[in-house]
Design a protein around this ligand. Sequence first.
Ligand code: NAD
Length: 374
Amino acid sequence: MIIGIVKEPEEESRVAMLPEAVKTLKSWNVEVMVETDAGKRAFADDALYQESGAEIVDRSTLLQKADIVCGVQALSIAEIGSMGPKSVLMGQFNALYNPELTHFLIHESRTAFSMELVPRTTRAQSMDVLSSMATVVGYKAVLMAANLLPRFFPMFMTAAGTITPSRVLILGAGVAGLQAIATAKRLGATVFAFDVRQAAKEEVMSLGAKFVEVEGATDDKSAGGYAVEQNEDFIHRQKEAIHEQATKADVVITTAQIPGKKAPLLIEERTVLAMKPGAVVIDLAASSGGNCALTQADQTVSINGVSIVGVGNLAAQLPQDASKMYGKNYLNFLKLIIKEGQMNLNFEDDIVSGTCVCHEGKPVNSRITQMINN
Ligand code: NAD
């Protein structure tokens, strides 16, 4: 069996698997093909892949010959059409929100797995690319803020006087938010955080940050640990609390998301206008509508001296470790579908079925089935 690792589009510097992952695949008795320059932007050149046992090939050879084609971003529809008819496509296609691609895969009787669908269960944690990339993004967001801020993060007591620590506010304390808290604390900032899930409070406090209390959040246990939409009264009180905290902050990092919904609006225009000049807002929810009213996706805007960064693909700015984590997640998943060097798709396994967009054209993941039937 042959596993192929494709080169990503121009704007993507990660690669699905680094040479170290190729070594593991080889030890499973699997052949590996890597597209020319696939790892170049993640600082893994072709020679390193060759040393690990991979064959370097051009894109069309890889697409025709590989039994499993692995990438980070989705391939174009035309390219999927040029893959072998029985080969399996893997990547992170955002399948639930990319109906054109999902319908194409089904129509063309393809088998495809989309890594963002990996169930968020304890057993699947080691395959969870969303968590891995949220870790990268939370860390990098703080560094980006520290670079833009015209102040120090830590407190300094110097002969030239005392510098007070910066005040950082993190909105949304999920995987990215908790990593942002930890990173901002390491840099010496005073950190405040807010989340609608009560479970987040303990995690925030255990990292040494202060939790901003807003009473009366709806915390739905049936949402599987995720946040749900809040009622009008809560939203109003939450905006007031955030307004008060944000106007004292030097940096605000927003990460709040609700699966399948537009990101909640947490920072209103009046809040930005009342913030300190020089303050920085990093909006990690920019691609799903933004948590700040003035965010523009993939752009940095300056309003009254406040920089607002509408973050795009931040994980691609740390390509080496992001690819390392991605590759490890991939290997842990591939372990479930490869036995003795051959493909072995066991749909009784909830991780295999949960991650599968479609098998030979039949939708497998229950949310994909629902999407197709609607
Ligand atoms: P996410 O990216 O969907 O959302 C980020 C955060 O925003 C969440 O903490 C959410 O509660 C918060 N949020 C949503 N609306 C908000 C609002 N109006 N105001 C303030 N905050 C708001 O979440 P995520 O980081 O992917 O993870 C969320 C949950 O999933 C956590 O409980 C996490 O522990 C759990 N999780 C479990 C696994 C696993 O078991 N394999 C893996 C990853 C995450």
